[in-house]
Write a protein that binds this ligand. Sequence first.
Ligand code: MG
Ligand code: MG
Length: 267
Amino acid sequence: MINIKSREEIELLRESALIVSKTLGEVAKLIKPGVTTLQLDKIAEEHIRDLGAIPGFLGLYDFPNTLCMSPNAQIVHGIPNDKPLEEGDIISVDCGALKNGFFGDHAYTFQVGEVDEEIKKLLQITKESLYMGIREFKIGNRVGDVGFAIQNYTEKHGYGVVRELVGHGLGREMHEDPEMPNYGRRGRGKKFKEGMVVAIEPMINMGTHRIKQFSDGWTIKTADLKPSAHFEHDIAIVNGKPELLSTFKYVYDALGIVSNEEDEFNN
Ligand code: MG
Ligand code: MG
């Protein structure tokens, strides 16, 4: 069942999403060779609690940490550890926060120092595909329209779209209906309605779309061990159109990036 949110509930969801956005901004300031994902996890947890929220992932399905930290060939659900990040790595940071009974859930894949051009391109195309998907999240469209947009764009570049993990509705539960696959067919699936809130999160592999799960029961990696990228935003349908609840603004401020990519989604 899809839970439609009131304007008030959407504002509470925005508050939770922005706590995650700010936390990703704090993490962005500290990502460099030599730092460990466990150090970043601690800082993220403190920051979320300072903002009056609790970490959304900690304890969810028994996940042990605040951040999912997935470097290089890891796709998602990586567990923070004390191995230092290295120059040329990429690291997907997925973060959740719970405040006023509502979840934020938002992710960014960072470069550690200088990375190869082909990996930079994977990050760029994956992020662009996120916005292509968001553009389709509007009245008159269906779940398949979002998935089609993401799949069509990324496969054109020869990338693999992960099938086993998908975006989702967002609200009082971290994962609500509908599932939001990053692949699909135009005009198929559930219809979008005013007041729907979802997390759209393309997980795009440089090579095969196939995955493997680590023996830790959590970490998902690419089957061919090529890199994978992951970007996620929280979005509501307001006045028939997609409105961003999360923002990469804090990440961009930390990294010195100037971007107007979100402007079209601020109603
Ligand atoms: Mg997430
Ligand atoms: Mg999510």
